[in-house]
Each structure stands twice: as structure tokens, then as C-alpha cells.
Write a protein that binds this ligand. Structure first.
Ligand SMILES: Nc1ccn([C@@H]2O[C@H](COP(=O)(O)O)[C@@H](O)[C@H]2O)c(=O)n1
Ligand SMILES: C[C@@]1(CO)OP(=O)(O)OP(=O)(O)OC[C@H]1O
Length: 163
């Protein structure tokens, strides 16, 4: 079976009093990620990993931050569209592994719901979605809680044609 890998990265600014959407979960926190969409940094990294694996460009190429259609959009919708593009090119996802770099709040209690959200949109088993987190040991812009970063890798498999 033909396989490929893709890599994604994203960063968003954290603003006081702003909603914080991560992995399709709204976190109860004093600050949140700011962007043109819902600024879900985890889903953006996964979108770029999916697109990159199939050499389909990047998230900004498909969903420009100058386009009002994507203003405030749920990134679950963007991920679903990335999955459609992937399938149209004859690929399916094997698994996703992601890392969130964030000083606070703790991600681990929310990881199961994030996995459920992502698995549903990607039509995968939750077992195929890994979400991990680390602080930045109070160093740099992440350490000062000015921003949040996510990285993701995605393995894709060529869909074998039948008959
Ligand atoms: N926002 C975060 C950051 C970390 N975690 C979990 O805590 C563990 C220890 O983090 P360190 O940065 O101190 O090494 C980490 O391995 C995660 O399990 C978290 O849930 N949310
Ligand atoms: C998602 C898009 C489009 O709404 O905007 P942002 O929410 O600002 O996020 P970014 O990670 O900068 O990716 C670019 C755009 O695709």
C-alpha cells in the first residue's frame, strides 16, 4: 500500500477575555486564541498535516483569511473540507498525532472530547487520533501565555481501487 506523511504547524495569539476553542472544545479560561476563524490552532495544524500529506497546499491557500466566508468559522468545518479534498485525490487517513504547546489550562482532561470531535469529522476511530500537550516551562511567548502553538503529523494511505 502506498503511504505518505504530512506535517502541520500553527500558532495563534492569546487575548484576554477571548473564547478559547481547541480541538472543537471551548475551554473555560481567562484568555483565548484570536484569529480570522475560531482560531482552533490544533485543528489548523491537523488541516495542514492532512493537506501536506497529499501535496494539496496549505490551509490559507484553501481558506483565505481575507475571505468573509471563513470569518468566525468553526475549524471542524475546515477540517471536514480538507478531508473531502483528500478523498477526492484518492487518499484516506491512517492516523494523526498532535502536540499542543500551551502553558495553561491543562489539556489532558479535555483530550478525550477533542479526540471524539476530530474522529467524527475525519471519520476515524478515536484510537487513530493522538493528542498530547506540553507547557513551554514558562519560557518565551508560550511561557508568558501570549500564544498557543500546535504541531501535527498525519499518515495517509492510497485508497486501493476495487476490481
Ligand atoms: N497545557 C498543558 C500542558 C501540559 N499538560 C500535561 O502535563 C504534562 C507535564 O507538562 P510539562 O510541560 O510540565 O512537561 C504533559 O506531559 C501533559 O501530560 C497538559 O495536560 N496541558
Ligand atoms: C483559518 C484561516 C481562515 O479563516 O484564518 P485564521 O483563523 O486566522 O487561522 P490561520 O492559522 O492563520 O490560517 C489561515 C486561514 O486559513
Amino acid at each position: 500500500m502506498k503511504i505518505r506523511v504530512g506535517f502541520g504547524f500553527d500558532v495563534h495569539e492569546l487575548r484576554e477575555g477571548h473564547p478559547f476553542v481547541l480541538g472543537g472544545v471551548t475551554l473555560d479560561h481567562h484568555s483565548g486564541a484570536f484569529g480570522h476563524s475560531d482560531a482552533d490552532v490544533l485543528l489548523h495544524a491537523i488541516c495542514d498535516a492532512v493537506l501536506g500529506a497529499a501535496n494539496l497546499g496549505d490551509i490559507g491557500f484553501h481558506f483565505s483569511n481575507k475571505d468573509d466566508r471563513w470569518k468566525g468559522v468553526s475549524s471542524l468545518t475546515l477540517l471536514k473540507k480538507c478531508m473531502t479534498l483528500l478523498k477526492e485525490k484518492g487518499w484516506q487517513v491512517g492516523n494523526v498525532d498532535a502536540m499542543i504547546c500551551l502553558e495553561a489550562p491543562k489539556i489532558n482532561p479535555h483530550a478525550p472530547q477533542m479526540k471524539r470531535n476530530i474522529a467524527e469529522v475525519m471519520q476515524l476511530s478515536e484510537e487513530d487520533i493522538s493528542i498530547k500537550a506540553t507547557t513551554n516551562e514558562k519560557l518565551g511567548f508560550i511561557g508568558r501565555e501570549e500564544g498557543v502553538v500546535a504541531y501535527a503529523v498525519c499518515l495517509i494511505e492510497k485508497i486501493e481501487s476495487q476490481g
